[in-house]
Design a protein around this ligand. Structure first.
Ligand code: NDP
Length: 319
């Protein structure tokens, strides 16, 4: 029979006094596309990986006193002990910085890993200049909408690509994107040429596949492409290489710079992204949206829904 959460808490709490210095309870859990991409690396019966915001609910630790809020890569579980954290440094617990009256959950999105991804992945690789035309795919997701808003702050013309007109309305009406293209409708190439008559200078690529081949074919000389993700192929069978339209000719003739990245490249500069994103939020220049699913038991549903485009902004679980 399934043990109740209450009973689990009592048992773990008792054990905790013998073996660990703190016990934390999840408040918000993150669901992110990388979990799908890395799924084949996971050991069976291991905890599904992922970040969470948790509260210290029992403590003998000076470092993590009672009622402290922390962020850690504890995975999809509700309770974590200090002993588990000590055994596995990759759980990487950190005390939440103070961001005044803003919701704690933002540390999983605009003020966390996706926020740093947008900040560094766009600014460091695309090096956007005022007046340039920027295209963002996966534009209504956690990273994409943030990139588009930074591009607007930098004075660029921004075209967002996503799979739903309601998302497009949010991007244009509320976030100030200049144009939106629904990739599920026909004529992506024609519509892009109409919105970017002088060509594309920067492309922030969250999705890969045919959408990206189309954008690459309309880039300007010395255009820059930041390859952040390729969600269109996360379900692909890599024993047979997935096919996409050939783009090498455009890359050579337009002398494009195309660079992939993993956000951890800038781990030693995380505070810079955090402070700048926080400042932009406080100045009203950076908006955020969360798609919140209530209940730990709904985490799989929320994960699948996010992969299928069910989220606007950051997808999170409120436990
Ligand atoms: P999102 O919030 O953007 O959620 C995923 C979105 O992808 C969905 O909402 C859906 O929106 C879109 N999507 C799903 N399938 C497809 C498809 N076949 N073609 C086009 N779009 C699709 O996720 P994140 O913002 O968290 O992540 C965006 C990308 O950035 C991902 O590829 C992720 O792996 C990557 N990433 C990379 C990092 C790095 O260090 N390189 C760090 C963090 C994220 P729609 O309705 O538009 O289809």
């Amino acid at each position: 029979m399934e043990m109740s959460l209450q009973l689990k808490k009592i048992l773990i709490s008792n054990a905790f006094f013998l073996i660990a210095e703190f016990l934390s309870e999840a408040i918000y859990l993150s669901v992110d596309p990388y979990m799908r991409a890395y799924e084949h690396l996971r050991q069976l019966e291991s905890v599904f990986n992922g970040s969470q915001i948790a509260k210290i609910i029992d403590s003998r630790s000076k470092q993590y006193p009672l009622d402290t809020y922390v962020i850690g890569d504890f995975g999809w579980r509700s309770l974590t002990t200090g002993e588990e954290e000590a055994k596995d440094p990759e759980l990487s617990i950190r005390i939440l910085p103070d961001f005044a009256k803003l919701p704690l959950s933002l540390r999983l999105g605009v003020l966390g890993m996706p926020g740093s991804t947008a900040y560094f992945g766009f600014l460091e690789i695309c090096e956007p200049k005022a007046g340039e035309t920027v295209v963002v795919s996966g534009a209504a997701g956690a990273v994409g909408n943030h990139v588009g808003q930074i591009a607007k702050i930098k004075g660029c013309t921004v075209i967002g690509i996503a799979g739903d007109d309601e998302k497009g309305k949010w991007l244009v009406d509320e976030l100030g994107f200049d144009h939106f293209i629904n990739y599920k409708k026909p004529y992506l190439a024609k519509t892009l040429a109409q919105y970017a008559p002088s060509g594309v200078d920067c492309y922030f690529d969250n999705v890969g596949g045919e959408i990206s081949s189309t954008v690459l074919s309309q880039m300007n000389l010395f255009g820059r492409v930041s390859v952040c993700g390729s969600i269109s192929s996360y379900n692909a069978d890599y024993s047979h290489l997935p096919k996409a339209t050939i783009t090498q000719g455009f890359i050579v003739m337009k002398q494009l710079k195309i660079e992939g990245f993993v956000v951890h490249r800038w781990d030693n500069r995380q505070n810079e992204a955090f402070q700048q994103n926080l400042q932009w939020i406080n100045e009203g220049k950076l908006k955020y949206k969360e798609t919140v699913t209530e209940g730990f038991e709904n985490i799989f549903k929320a994960f699948i829904s996010m992969l299928q485009g069910g989220n606007i902004g950051k997808a999170i679980i409120k436990v």
